[in-house]
Structures are given as structure tokens and as C-alpha cells.
Design a protein around this ligand. Structure first.
Ligand SMILES: [Zn+2]
Length: 257
């Protein structure tokens, strides 16, 4: 996937996914994207959600990703959409002015159903089976609750999209955030069911920037005398990064022969 000069998503090859366009009426001024914001829709129906986001003058988003991984674009990436509301990122307010929003179809938090232990209810009392949910504590909350799971195809589609956006606008994984990161007092999306750590790790590998972020964790390769130990998974990433450097060097040498 790639972003064209007019700010619209295109497939690099036809088997890569399903993308379409449905232009929103809520399109603002020209912007320079500095951050990608992930949301969940708190809804279940793809087309109803897209229609609502496309027809409201003060509510819109750049992309909606369905449960089957289908992607629709509503606003060009270099134009303002209205998805973040009151928000702040790195000391800058009104994140809509410099962000790209992705809404992922997911009901979000779920509540227990009194008569059937296998079922959970959404905020509008739609039933969701427990096998499609996780019981987890949100990082901004104190107790665990149920959240609808994201689908594998959906996560994979969002990953391809985010990689294309990072490449097009020269962003790193540090510039991929959740709505709950830029409006932590008001918002809980995409929530604990979204595998943010793993997702960002995979995006970093695709961008070839995994080494950069690891150097912040282990500045000199020497374990700190006091203070926290580096995370074990960070050490593994460091090892992978070293291997990729070796492979690149080898590849270069082979080319020169
Ligand atoms: Zn949101």
C-alpha cells in the first residue's frame, strides 16, 4: 500500500487488500501529518459507521478499517479530519490539526449479561460472545473489564496502512498513538484489546527503525549499575537488529563481488 500525491491510499499490488473511497463532507484545511491516531468506533456495522462519519460536518476520520480488514478512506491524508476532539500530544493541543485518524470497527468495552454467562453486552445491548472478547485492565484504569477483541485480518490491514503512512510522511512508530494517549481523561480507545506494543514492534521492523528505538533502552550496551534492567524483549530486538546489520553488510559485499 502507498499514499499518492493527492493524499489517497492506493494498493501497491491487487492482492494486498480491499480499499475504497467515500469522501466525507467534514474535510478541513491542509495539514502536515505528524502523528497517527488509532481509535475504535464503539460500533459493529461497517457501512453504517462509514456513512455516519462521511455525512457529518463536524465528525470525520481519514480511514475506517472493518472486521474483515476492508479499508475505506474518507479524507485525504493531508487534510484535517475531525476525530480527536480535545486532545494534546507532546505539548501541542488540538491534535486534529496535525494528525491522521484511523477508526477500527470494534465495540470497545462490554458488560456482563445477567441471564447468559457466555454472552456480553455492548453499550447499546448488542450481544457479543465471550470467545470474541478479552478480560483486561486498561492502562489508564484501576480494574479489569471485558473488551471486544480485534480480528487478525483487521490488525494486519491496519499494520499495512500505518506502514504506508509512516513511509509517506516520514514518521516513526513513536508517532503512532491511541486516542487514549492524547485524551487520557476522556477516552479509552483503542483500549487493552488492541496489541499496541506488538503492533508498533512489527511496524518498526517493516520501517527498518527497530534499532533506533532500542538504543534508547540500552544506550551503551552496558547494563546500568543501578536503576531498571533493560526489558528482555528489548534485548531480543537488539539481537535481531544486529543480525539485520550483518545481513545488510553481507548483501553489500556479495553485490560488490
Ligand atoms: Zn477515539
Amino acid at each position: 500500500m502507498k499514499i499518492n500525491e493527492a493524499g489517497w491510499l492506493e494498493l501497491s499490488d491487487p492482492g494486498e487488500g480491499t480499499i475504497s473511497r467515500q469522501k466525507a463532507i467534514g474535510i478541513g484545511e491542509i495539514t502536515v501529518p505528524e502523528v497517527v491516531v488509532l481509535h475504535y468506533t464503539a460500533s459493529g456495522h461497517f457501512q453504517h459507521t462509514v456513512d455516519r462519519l462521511a455525512t457529518s460536518p463536524d465528525l470525520s476520520v481519514h480511514f475506517v478499517v472493518g472486521r474483515a480488514g476492508e479499508i475505506v478512506q474518507l479524507v485525504p491524508c493531508d487534510r484535517r479530519a475531525y476525530h480527536a476532539g480535545l486532545s494534546e500530544w507532546k505539548g501541542k493541543e488540538r491534535v486534529n490539526a496535525f494528525s491522521i485518524g484511523i477508526e477500527i470497527i470494534n465495540w470497545g468495552w462490554l458488560k456482563a449479561q445477567q441471564t447468559n454467562q457466555d454472552l456480553l453486552l455492548t453499550h447499546v445491548d448488542t450481544e457479543v460472545h465471550k470467545t470474541g472478547a478479552v478480560f483486561s485492565k486498561h492502562k489508564n484504569e484501576t480494574t479489569a473489564r471485558w473488551w471486544q477483541s480485534y480480528t487478525g485480518t483487521q490488525i494486519s490491514a491496519v499494520r499495512k496502512l500505518v506502514i504506508a503512512l509512516c513511509k509517506a510522511y516520514n514518521l516513526t512508530v513513536d508517532e503512532v498513538v491511541g486516542h487514549n494517549d492524547i485524551a487520557p481523561k476522556r477516552k479509552v480507545d483503542p483500549g487493552p484489546a488492541w496489541p499496541m506494543e506488538e503492533f508498533k514492534h512489527e511496524v518498526a521492523i517493516a520501517l527498518g527503525t527497530e534499532q533506533q528505538s532500542i538504543e534508547e533502552v540500552i544506550p551503551t550496551g552496558v547494563l546500568p549499575a543501578d536503576g531498571p534492567m533493560p526489558r528482555v524483549d528489548a534485548l531480543f530486538v537488539k539481537a535481531e537488529a544486529d543480525i539485520s546489520v550483518v545481513l545488510r553488510t553481507l548483501h553489500k559485499e556479495l553485490k560488490q563481488q
